[in-house]
Design a binder for this molecule. Structure first.
Ligand SMILES: Nc1nc2c(ncn2[C@@H]2O[C@H](COP(=O)(O)OP(=O)(O)OP(=O)(O)O)[C@@H](O)[C@H]2O)c(=O)[nH]1
Ligand SMILES: [Mg+2]
Length: 296
């Protein structure tokens, strides 16, 4: 077994914040890999997505969480629980927001959640590339005194990321790695197949459809020359089904092509996806449907 140096650090970091702040983009940037799906729409992330950042000096395990909103339906209740569970046993919490609109009511709700956090908190103001000028002191005034440090970054362009990496490393405890050093996540490959299909749906449709859909992987088969995935897309109402499918199946075809390309890149291996659509009335409110989707 490889010898671990005594100054090796390893720990857990939860990333929490309002929807759309750029949490998933930030985690992907820190990992140097596209692991968590992103979109311009709020509440793209629905689960705690663990990403492991390995170097020869440290292993940092990030937990990307859903954007916090006061729950209005059963699935959002589960998402809120995922968020509060995420910061229970971590070494550092990153409170993330976007600089151009801070503080919104959404931010204030997340800051309220932070009252229960026992670990150190870093505030990350994202999207510096979108503002000409900003006053760091003024922005910091809205943060509780428990926030140890504020950083200003662009997860998209990479601006300020090195300083953030340094701060994260500073807060990690001396500890042997928790996972294999070549491991990028603790989630199974079928999870990423599901997420990339969801990302395709989030990118392709406006308001309603992304939130009315869920994806279940029914087959994930690794053949010698390709991976074959059968996925079932739940849609909430029968009136939404033709919109999702499109004329002559053209929308579904676009979703499939996008997800196949993304999954092949992720796996570095050809992927073939078959999509099926089923109406599951009000699945977002049904506990047994949510259980099938992996929500506790
Ligand atoms: N201009 C700019 N856009 C960004 C930056 N970071 C993220 N974005 C964009 O902001 C949108 C939301 O990014 P996500 O990473 O999906 O945000 P999130 O916080 O994970 O959102 P939820 O999962 O919905 O809570 C996407 O369109 C990103 O491309 C940034 O630094 N600058
Ligand atoms: Mg996200």
């Amino acid at each position: 077994m490889k010898k671990i140096s005594p100054d090796f650090k390893s720990g857990f970091v939860a990333i929490i914040g309002r929807p759309n702040a750029g949490k998933s983009t930030l985690m992907n940037r820190l990992l140097g890999e596209k692991l968590s799906i992103t979109s311009a729409k709020p509440q793209t992330t629905r689960y705690a997505v663990k990403g492991i950042w390995n170097t020869d000096k440290h292993q940092v395990i990030f937990i990307d969480t859903p954007g916090y909103l006061k729950p209005r339906y059963e699935m959002q209740e589960r998402m809120a629980r995922i968020i509060s569970d995420s910061f229970k046993d971590v070494d550092l919490v990153i409170f993330m927001t976007q600089i151009q609109s801070f503080p919104t009511d959404y931010d204030l709700q997340v800051l309220d959640l932070l009252k229960n956090v026992k670990s150190p908190v870093l505030a990350v103001f994202n999207k510096t590339d979108l503002v000409e000028d900003y006053d760091p002191e003024k922005l910091k005034q809205h943060l509780p005194a428990s926030v140890e440090k504020s950083l200003f970054v662009s997860a998209l362009s990479g601006q300020g990321i090195e300083a953030l990496e340094e701060s994260i490393r500073f807060y990690m405890p001396y500890h042997a790695p928790f996972y294999d050093e070549d491991q990028l996540s603790d989630l199974p490959l079928r999870f990423f197949a599901k997420e990339l299909i969801r990302e395709a749906i989030f990118h392709q449709f406006e308001e309603e459809i992304p939130y009315a859909t869920a994806v279940l992987i029914e087959r994930f088969q690794e053949l010698p020359h390709k991976v074959v995935v059968d996925a079932l897309i739940w849609i909430e109402r029968s009136s939404q089904k033709p919109i999702l499918i499109g004329k002559g199946g053209q929308n579904l075809k676009k979703i499939r092509e996008y997800a196949e390309a993304e999954l092949s890149t992720f796996l570095q291996f050809p992927a073939e996806i078959h999509l099926f659509v089923k109406v599951n009335e009000n699945w977002r409110k049904k506990p047994h449907s949510l259980k099938e989707l992996g929500f506790e």
